[in-house]
Design a protein around this ligand. Structure first.
Ligand SMILES: C[S@@+](CC[C@H](N)C(=O)[O-])C[C@H]1O[C@@H](n2cnc3c(N)ncnc32)[C@H](O)[C@@H]1O
Ligand SMILES: [Zn+2]
Length: 287
């Protein structure tokens, strides 16, 4: 990926970061003029958080595995298509995208495929605080740069550097998203709506969705963004008990419950479990 397509900033000194070395080595090392240097992990992702502690509890390997299991069965494909469809119209001549809180890279994969299919293959950066998630993301999206980072810190990207930012069930840093978006760029945010997975949530002890979340999203973005569109994506689901357990364990509930206790709650529940995923895809235009 040429540096010009995705102008990265050094997380230590904020100077431009570029590929170091030649040939295969160049793909594995990023460095700045001040001598800060970052090597790719064996699995292909970069860790920009080295040497600094972060109080955040990242998604565990077990949560990531549950997410991969569930998503790989295709249940949320209509959502992936909706995210990609929201991104493609924003792609310019040298397309570049940021997937913030990329997780296992599932939604970025759909964006990359759709941008290639539209004849505008995008350079991509996937950021996440969980290295377990990024191991999977690096495998799924080898053409993207996958970087361990805390999105509450200044993003390691130059101003006006991407056409679209996607945020799928992940934390939002509106000021930074506005800074890295090019004029005319889009922020695509996916949030759950009230009633999302209600039956599975009741059965497994997942956290509920607050009624006021949709209003709060617009308010939080208003300083930097105008709402361009907001569309529901509702997916009827017929789930096995295994699907339901993965669903519970891949979300915030995975931080405080284990597979055994979730499976015990689901034991004896007749299959398939019928429920519905209720999402909202909101597209914001940078002001
Ligand atoms: C519910 S998951 C969604 C992942 C992915 N977008 C998806 O939908 O499959 C939330 C993600 O946000 C990441 N995350 C949470 N806090 C973060 C932070 N401060 N900086 C970067 N990533 C963060 C988590 O590690 C996790 O991968
Ligand atoms: Zn530096």
């Amino acid at each position: 990926m040429p540096d010009a397509a995705l102008p990265l900033l050094c997380p230590v000194c904020c100077g431009p970061l570029s590929r170091a070395g030649v040939g295969a080595a160049a793909a594995r090392t990023l460095s700045c003029a001040s001598g800060h240097s970052f090597d790719a992990a064996r699995q292909g992702y970069f860790n920009f958080l080295v040497g600094k502690g972060t109080p955040f509890e990242p998604d565990s390997a077990a949560m990531v595995e549950a997410r991969v299991n569930f998503l790989s069965r295709g249940h949320y494909l209509p959502l992936a298509r909706a995210v990609a469809a929201a991104v493609v119209p924003s792609l310019g001549e040298h397309p570049a995208v940021l997937d913030s809180g990329t997780g296992t890279g599932h939604y970025l994969r759909a964006v990359l495929d759709a941008s290639a299919a539209a004849g505008r293959p995008a350079a991509a950066l996937g950021l996440d605080i969980s290295k377990f998630a990024l191991r999977r993301a690096a495998r799924l999206n080898p053409e993207a740069l996958n970087v361990v980072w805390d999105v509450w810190r200044p993003l390691p990207l130059a101003d006006d550097s991407v056409d679209a930012v996607t945020v799928v069930f992940a934390p939002r840093n509106p000021a930074e998203f506005a800074r890295v978006l090019r004029p005319g760029g889009r922020l695509v945010v996916v949030t759950p709506r009230p009633g999302h997975l209600n039956i599975v949530a009741d059965l497994t002890g997942m956290l509920g969705i607050e009624e006021s979340k949709e209003d709060r999203l617009g308010q939080a973005m208003a300083e930097h963004f105008d709402t361009h569109s907001a569309a529901p994506v509702d997916i009827p689901l017929e789930l096995s008990r295994r699907d339901a357990a993965d669903l519970a364990l891949m979300g915030p509930a995975g931080h405080h419950s284990d597979r055994e206790s979730v499976e015990a709650r689901l034991a004896g529940v007749p299959e398939p479990l019928q429920t519905g995923a209720r999402f909202q895809v909101t597209v914001f235009a940078v002001r």
